[in-house]
Design a protein around this ligand. Structure first.
Ligand code: P6P
Length: 316
């Protein structure tokens, strides 16, 4: 009898509080997965005709996924507010504004891959509010370093539907079993391999990278002999790095001088998982992602996630 998401309740000091929230993420994943698989028939692909805070064209399916995720967080009764890539401001859940937890989310990361039927993902993290429960949740409640994160994870919409998460006691992977319509533990205690694997980066940007990353990467390539894989969807590239080893990086470049990936709902949740899986997560040499003090809900950072050997080989 495989374990289900219910086992989370027994994990560490936060498991019992996090289980209903992660179960809500699982429900949202199931619903978004169904949306993705039928999107082409519902005219749900393509642009929504609106822009997100980043000034990027929102895909219709980004907006629909955001709605689904918010509804599932609301239905848990444990979440007072959600900070989403798709929403400029913090979304307060009025009926539960006195609840303890806030969730940061990229509801559908990598959605530009959908028109080629590529893998996409949902990335989330959970923090405890700093404001009093009697007050209205405030965006300042989200501006906490990764060291304050209580739980984090991702849903991977690939050939199978997976939920990989940690409540601080190791990283565990659950795969949706359609025969019984539930997530079942398939990858217990995920640890990044200490050697081997791939380097994963969009090398088309190499001539624009800042901070000498181009030279550092060439040196790493020659000393490690790592192969290269790049999907262009953070969840897929992160998942392969966790399973096979190596490093995923998105350096700052002349176009994105602060980096492209977002600190609160991409870098921090992935950095939390990577450290819990025995890896490293840096924003720059010697600066861990989880030590960065956020100053904006949609702040961007450079990201280097991988095994200690690969990240040390690259960043020194
Ligand atoms: P590029 C997807 O748009 C995303 O936010 C991440 O999922 C991915 O890692 C990155 O951007 C890909 O960016 O510039 O290589 O297409």
């Amino acid at each position: 009898m495989p374990a289900t998401l219910n086992r989370i309740a027994k994990e560490g000091v936060n498991g019992s509080a996090m289980m209903p929230i992660i179960q809500g993420v699982g429900r949202a994943g199931i619903e978004i997965s169904a949306l993705l698989r039928g999107a082409v028939f519902r005219d749900a692909l393509g642009v929504a005709g609106s822009e997100n805070i980043q000034g990027e064209q929102q895909q219709k399916i980004d907006v629909l996924s955001d709605d689904i995720f918010l509804d599932e967080m609301r239905s848990t009764g444990y979440v007072c507010a959600v900070g989403s890539e798709e929403q400029e401001e913090l979304l307060v859940i009025d009926e539960y504004a006195d609840a303890d937890w806030l969730v940061l989310v990229d509801p559908l990361d990598g959605s530009s891959n959908l028109d080629i039927d590529g893998p996409v993902g949902t990335i989330f993290s959970v923090v405890k509010r700093k404001t009093a429960n009697s007050e209205s949740p405030h965006v300042s409640d989200t501006l906490q370093s990764g060291r304050e994160v209580v739980a984090a994870g991702y849903v991977l919409y690939g050939p199978s539907l997976m939920l990989v998460c940690s409540v601080g006691e190791g990283v565990h992977g659950y795969t949706f079993n359609p025969a019984v319509a539930r997530f079942e533990l398939s990858h217990p205690d995920m640890r990044i391999p200490t050697s081997g694997g791939y380097y994963s980066v969009n090398e088309a940007n190499a001539d624009k990278w800042l901070d000498g990353v181009g030279d550092k990467l060439e040196s790493m390539k020659s000393t490690t002999g790592l192969g290269m894989r790049y999907v262009g969807s953070m969840v897929a590239d992160m998942h392969r790095t966790l399973l096979k080893g190596g490093i995923f990086l998105y350096p700052a470049d002349e176009k994105n001088r602060s980096g492209k990936l977002r600190l609160l709902y991409e870098a921090i949740p992935m950095g939390f998982l990577m450290e819990k899986a025995g890896g490293k997560a840096y924003m720059s040499a010697g600066v861990a992602v989880l030590d960065v003090e956020p100053n904006d809900l949609h702040q961007r950072v450079p990201v280097y996630l991988g095994s200690a050997s690969a990240t040390d080989s690259l960043l020194g």
